[in-house]
Design a protein around this ligand. Structure first.
Ligand SMILES: [Zn+2]
Length: 267
């Protein structure tokens, strides 16, 4: 499995599917594992790395949202706590999330040696900047609807790592499965944080992690440019310039995502 980054504090794994990332943060008493995914051999690889580093440390799963690619690996790990948003339980259509998961698995005839189920959280993010303490490490949870209604993100202190979920992605246009207004508010929240704090790493759910403020601010600017084109396309009936999608490495798939966004905005 591809590893984007491996140090004593962190491993960023990258799946061959959609370049989805899983992040392992290794601290004195606790391992934090974010959205472990996807293919069976890839999950075995991550399990091995967790085993090597675990010892007597607690394992805490951080789940950014209930899309199938982010919840698939939960049952492959024997964890002590699982943190996600309250909306993951209260607002997300759980039946549909499970159906989407099963449908994706079946479309590739994927066989697992563990059961698939909807994750059961132990701790819920109910408001922005909610703090969860694990010895000297604090996890700050945020609510980030827009991509999905249950999306959230995390800041791990004092390492100052921002785990963005499916936002701030360098290889993808914004995917608006929830709603545009919330998406824009969430982007503003990220912009504010990025401008005012110094993160050592910003890790997105897909594609490359970022180290500099400038890189992330550029991604936000491109996201905003797309949202403007999307709005003009949907609300003012202006033609959408497909050339814009060549800013991303998979323009054919970006077109499909764009058309889905259009559909979601007019529904
Ligand atoms: Zn995703």
């Amino acid at each position: 499995m591809k590893i984007q980054l491996e140090t004593k504090d962190i491993i960023i794994f990258e799946s061959s599917l959609y370049r989805t990332t899983s992040t392992l943060i290794d601290t004195e008493n606790t391992l934090f594992l974010v959205d472990p995914n996807y293919l069976p051999l890839e999950l075995e690889f991550i399990q091995q790395k967790v085993k090597e580093r675990r010892g007597s440390k607690k394992l805490v799963l951080l789940i950014t949202h209930a899309d199938y690619d982010h919840i698939i690996g939960v049952n492959a790990f024997d964890y002590d706590a699982l943190i996600t948003t309250e909306t993951f339980l209260t607002k997300r259509d759980i039946e549909k999330a499970l159906y989407d998961l099963e449908a994706f698995e079946q479309s590739f005839y994927i066989h697992r040696d563990f059961e698939l189920s909807y994750p059961v959280p132990t701790n819920l993010i109910k408001k922005n900047n909610q703090e969860f303490l694990f010895n000297s490490i604090s996890v700050h949870g945020f609510l980030a609807p827009g991509h999905t209604i249950d999306s959230g993100f995390f800041i791990i202190k004092p390492l100052n790592i921002l785990i963005a979920g499916d936002y701030l992605i360098d290889i993808e246009i914004p995917m608006i499965d929830d709603n545009l207004k919330d998406y824009k508010n969430t982007l503003d929240l990220f912009e504010n944080l990025i401008e005012n704090e110094d993160f050592s790493l910003v890790i997105s759910g897909h594609g490359d992690y970022a180290k500099s403020k400038e890189t992330v601010l550029k991604r936000i600017a491109l996201d905003k440019e797309y949202l403007k084109l999307l709005e003009e396309n949907v609300y003012q009936k202006q033609p959408f310039d497909l050339e814009f999608l060549k800013n991303f490495p998979n323009p054919i798939e970006m077109k499909a995502i764009h058309l889905r966004n259009v559909k979601n905005l007019v529904r």
